[in-house]
Design a protein around this ligand. Structure first.
Ligand code: ADP
Length: 479
């Protein structure tokens, strides 16, 4: 069988695009999350730096302020001496101003005598300790200022500035590393998403291609999906479904061929008989005989089509259609109906119908079961034979058994006895007007009514067909 792959069809492209869209959304979401993480990490590292520097800068400022406040005279040289005595403060710039902000001392020496309007100095002159830092030109610049007190009055302020390239480089490298990791992670994610979406699409494409093959009627096709994920599970379920389709397709084909064969045989006989009447010069007696045969064949056709219809109805009917009925009246009706044929065949029917029990079933269905079993018991019996019809209760089940003293059923036929159109002895079945559908109908009805059917048989001695149904206890239901 030639299989044309239509994976590039618009429908599939839509599915494939949706896969890509999912992958892109996934990538965007992870990108946003990574960016947020990136920003958070760099903020946390800066905060750590801020906290460790703030305390040391303010302490240095206060130390210098204490020493300078203790001076009798605060001027450029006295402050310079004090700063020198303090030793290494390890700051880049130190300024001291008076209470108006005029610079008394500047370690750079550039702004002495000038008005220093730095925001830190203005805040410190307002009686506050200040710390502020910024990342500038690859370095961390920390600014701190503290007020100078003389007799509890603000007499100026000490301002310090530290330009830390080592810490700056550390933070810079930390941020660069985080950014690099983010980019590598994102690239890996993009790669993973694309590969995943491609693999997923490829496997989906495999499933869709298999579906098309099945659509074209090749039920032997098997889908081979590796792995142990949901798609592999779906693949297994798909194969199971295909197997079921294949089985039911085989059954359907066999049924159609069997049914056509069954209908063809009486039709061919009718044709043959009517041709003979037309082509041969016959006396009235023979014509009557031939017409009688045509009638019999037509009757057989009628019976077969009626049974076929009955089977088709059973297939399409809902199983919850039923009524509560007693078994005995139906059994008696069937025996009455078939007593004529039984007499013709010299068969005695003995009925032993114990206390009747109600069951849930359609009366028509029960009639068909009993009719087919009793009719078979008569058809496949020996002349002068007997037929026992028994009804008894066993636990919560009503059991109806039909026992004949007939030919029995061979072992190898037991597996097929319920199949449509199956007959053990074709000639005998035809001679007795059998269609090979009776037991198939019986089994279908029994199964759909939650019943059970069993056969016991011995060649040359006879067979017992027993059907059991759960008793519908009306008293319990009423409680
Ligand atoms: P049919 O219309 O041919 O009787 P059934 O489906 O009722 O079709 O039965 C299928 C076959 O099973 C029959 O052709 C017959 O060979 C066998 N069979 C059914 N009932 C009995 C029986 N009581 N004793 C022996 N053989 C039976």
């Amino acid at each position: 069988m030639v299989i044309t792959s239509r994976n590039d069809s618009p429908v599939f492209r839509r599915y494939a695009n949706s896969q890509l869209n999912y992958a892109l959304v996934y990538v965007v979401i992870t990108l946003v999350v990574l960016l947020i993480l990136n920003i958070y990490c760099s903020k946390v590292s800066q905060k750590l730096f801020y906290q460790s520097n703030e305390r040391s800068m303010i302490e240095k400022c206060q130390l210098a302020a204490d020493e300078i406040s203790a001076l009798d005279v605060i001027n450029n040289s006295t402050v310079a001496d004090t700063v020198e005595q303090l030793g290494s403060l390890k700051v880049n710039r130190l300024m001291v101003t008076d209470h108006l902000g005029w610079v008394i001392y500047d370690s750079y020496g550039t702004d002495v005598g000038k008005l220093a309007l730095l925001p830190e100095i203005i805040t410190a002159l307002d009686c506050n300790d200040v710390f502020y830092w910024q990342y500038y030109d690859g370095a961390m610049q920390s600014h701190a200022a503290t007020p100078l007190f003389t007799n509890s009055i603000v007499s100026g302020c000490v301002y310090m500035m530290e330009h830390d390239t080592a810490q700056g480089a550390l933070i810079k490298s930390l941020q660069t590393t985080i950014l690099r990791i983010t980019i590598i992670l994102e690239l890996a994610l993009i790669l993973f998403s694309l590969t995943f979406s491609k693999t997923f699409s490829r496997r989906l494409r495999q499933i869709m291609a298999s579906m098309r093959i099945i659509q074209q009627g090749d039920y032997t096709h098997k889908l081979k999906l590796g792995g142990h994920d949901e798609l592999a599970f779906l693949g297994n379920e798909f194969n199971n479904l295909t197997e079921k389709l294949q089985t039911s397709e085989q059954k359907r084909a066999r049924f159609v061929s069997d049914a056509s064969h069954e209908l063809k045989t009486p039709l061919a006989s009718i044709k043959l008989l009517s041709d003979s009447i037309l082509q041969n010069d016959m006396d009235m007696e023979t014509v009557r005989e031939f017409v009688g045969d045509i009638g019999n064949e037509a009757e057989r056709l009628n019976r077969t089509t009626a049974k076929l219809l009955s089977l088709t109805k059973l297939d399409s009917r809902f199983s919850d259609e039923c009524e509560i009925i007693n078994i005995v009246p139906t059994v008696k009706r069937v025996i009455r109906m078939l007593s004529g044929i039984a007499k013709e065949n010299n068969i005695t029917i003995e009925a032993d119908l114990e206390a009747d029990n109600p069951i849930l079933i359609l009366e028509d269905d029960l009639y068909q079961i009993v009719f087919n079993l009793v009719e078979n018991g008569i058809k496949y019996n020996i002349p002068g034979g007997k037929l026992y019809v028994k009804l008894l209760r066993q636990d919560d089940n009503a059991i109806l058994s039909v026992t004949d003293t007939g030919v029995g059923i061979p072992d190898d036929a037991m597996d097929h006895i319920f199949e449509r159109f199956y007959r053990v002895d074709k000639a005998r079945s035809r001679a007795t007007g059998g269609s090979g559908l009776g037991l198939a109908i019986v089994r279908a009805i029994v199964q759909r009514n939650r019943g059970h059917i069993s056969i016991q048989t011995e060649m040359g001695k006879g067979s017992t067909f027993a059907v059991s149904f759960p008793i519908f206890d009306t008293e319990e239901e009423d409680l």
